[in-house]
Design a protein around this ligand. Structure first.
Ligand code: ADP
Length: 159
């Protein structure tokens, strides 16, 4: 059985992430979307908020569950009994870093492989950082995130 983890910060989740989730869920038997807790980034949304946004977005995909994790991804994969890590590649800029992490993880635990999906072209430009940048100026983010999240994102900048 292929049980995979799709890790990330998801701050906030975007259509690019959702596309990755939908495509990955068709490839594997079970997909765990895991929100990284110990991110160095200054987060806009709490872990609990990010988990609930992801749960809402994936509620109709039966083989997807949402978790959060601390510490090393490769240890989380072992704890979850997962044998695959899924990451997205948008551009060459993603590649070097991702390659290094994937190779390190294979040295630490050769039982766990990393699989890369290339971005769907319509989301190649899209990142959580772009969403936050545009939202912080009150710009239109309807092309980037699902409609029900738009008000929640703007609200963060009014707090
Ligand atoms: P991280 O902070 O770990 O990069 P993100 O939440 O930004 O986490 O992204 C999680 C994963 O989703 C990463 O593998 C990233 O490359 C991928 N990803 C993010 N946005 C897109 C997109 N628009 N298209 C394809 N993959 C994406």
């Amino acid at each position: 059985m292929k049980k995979a983890i799709y890790p990330g910060s998801f701050d906030p989740v975007t259509f690019g992430h959702l596309d990755m989730i939908v495509r990955s869920a068709k490839i594997v038997d079970e997909l765990i979307v895991s929100v990284l807790r110990n991110s160095a980034k200054n987060a806009l949304f709490s872990i609990e908020e990010r988990v609930s946004m992801l749960e809402e977005m994936t509620k109709d995909i039966p083989n997807v569950t949402v978790r959060s994790f601390d510490g090393l991804l490769i240890d989380h994969a072992r704890d979850m009994d997962a044998n695959l890590i899924i990451r997205g590649l948008r551009a060459v800029t993603d590649f070097e870093y991702e390659l290094q992490i994937a190779q390190t993880n294979r040295i630490v635990n050769p039982q766990v492989d990393t699989m890369f999906l290339t971005t769907s072209l319509e989301y190649a430009y899209l990142s959580s950082t772009i969403v936050k940048e545009v939202a912080s100026y009150g710009g239109d983010i309807s092309h980037f995130v699902p409609e029900h999240l738009i008000a929640r994102i703007y609200a963060k900048y009014r707090e």
